[in-house]
Write a protein that binds this ligand. Structure first.
Ligand SMILES: CC(C)(COP(=O)(O)OP(=O)(O)OC[C@H]1O[C@@H](n2cnc3c(N)ncnc32)[C@H](O)[C@@H]1OP(=O)(O)O)[C@@H](O)C(=O)NCCC(=O)NCCS
Length: 314
């Protein structure tokens, strides 16, 4: 599609990945692998070109190889270009690509942007973030939440098991979905709260299991249920590998057992399971507002290395 001297089109195929990568972003190193593994498709990776100059780009990603676009996780502008053109081109590219790629009448996938932790304190980082937020807002999206991205590195000590909880693998999908349903009570997580406003907890938990946990290719016997000395489940931890990084995918303490610091035991157990595999790092993310969770990760030596901004269409 041509607007004046601007061409807007998806990449022709893997051979155009270097052209697509001409704008900087932290996901550039993963794009080729994602194309090879089917988590991205050339027709989901759009460019705005002026001659051979890349002036804006965007891409969707999917957790399932054969699934529909799930997240808009790349949206870049030519940050050296002048206003208002800088934002206008981004908006036109976004509107054109959305109209072409997303089936009419469907809910647009969520937007995700990794940002420096202290992006508000740095004028140029702040403008990069605010420009993208402005483009998304002009296309109808609204900020949902800012999330912390934390990292644990080998060598950081992991506390020995305290002995007050014992751990065993999860029996099956049914057991974990049942515990995940209970854990949703009083959750501080914005995505979960938004889902709970639309459907019952059991469906939210089943969606989290089937749409995320079940897709990890790492061994299921890493997943642990924590048992009290009385033989009752107190919570669970789901260590996994998401294809790019080892992660603590989910931790939950059942409402009846909250406030005892069990989260520390669960996190130590999950960290130990991954550390035993000799992993180079462990990552985790949570809402900035999920303070009990963030504090537990910080106590366990996880360090804030980046934030993520999520925006959604209502
Ligand atoms: C976040 C969570 C794992 C913390 O587990 P926990 O073992 O209760 O953690 P702590 O014992 O450290 O308590 C944390 C805080 O919870 C609050 N709390 C205490 N008792 C509580 C209770 N009965 N119910 C709810 N919250 C309670 C307190 O503010 C406490 O902080 P304090 O240090 O001031 O006492 C747990 O609340 C949970 O499962 N939440 C829902 C799931 C979730 O958000 N998972 C993370 C998604 S990434």
């Amino acid at each position: 599609m041509t607007h004046n001297d601007l061409i807007m089109r998806p990449i022709a195929g893997r051979e155009e990945i270097d052209l697509f990568r001409r704008l900087p972003y932290v996901l550039n190193g993963e794009l080729a692998d994602d194309l090879d593994s089917g988590h991205r498709r050339p027709e989901w990776m759009w460019m705005a070109l002026r001659g051979d100059r890349l002036v804006a780009r965007l891409a969707w990603w999917a957790p399932r190889e054969d699934g529909p676009p799930f997240m808009l996780d790349v949206l870049d502008l030519d940050d050296a270009a002048r206003e208002p053109e800088r934002l206008d081109i981004g908006l036109r590219l976004l509107q054109t690509a959305m109209a072409t790629v997303l089936p009419a009448g469907t809910h647009p996938p969520e937007y995700s942007r990794f940002v420096p932790s202290r992006w508000r304190d740095d004028g140029s980082a702040r403008r990069v973030v605010e420009d993208r937020v402005a483009v998304l807002e002009r296309a109808g999206a609204r900020p949902l939440v800012e999330r912390l991205r934390l990292e644990w590195c080998p060598g950081t000590p992991v506390p020995e098991p305290g002995g007050r909880l014992s751990f065993r693998p999860a029996d099956d999908r049914e057991e974990l979905v049942e515990l995940m349903t209970l854990v949703l009570a009083g959750t501080l997580d914005a995505h979960s709260r938004a889902d709970l406003a639309r459907m019952p907890a059991a469906r939210v938990a089943a969606g989290q299991y089937d749409g995320e946990l079940a897709l990890y290719r790492s061994p299921r016997d890493w997943w642990r249920i924590a048992m009290t000395s009385g033989g009752r489940p107190a919570g669970f931890v789901v260590p996994a590998h998401n294809g790019h990084n080892p992660i603590i995918a989910y931790i939950g303490v059942l409402p009846a057992h909250r406030g005892n610091g069990y989260v520390d035991d669960l996190l130590a157990e999950g960290t130990r399971i991954l550390a035993r595999q000799g992993v180079p790092r462990i990552r985790a993310s949570m809402d900035v507002g999920n303070v009990p969770m963030a504090r537990a990760f910080q106590r366990a030596g996880y360090v804030d290395f980046q934030h993520e901004i999520n925006m959604t269409w209502s």
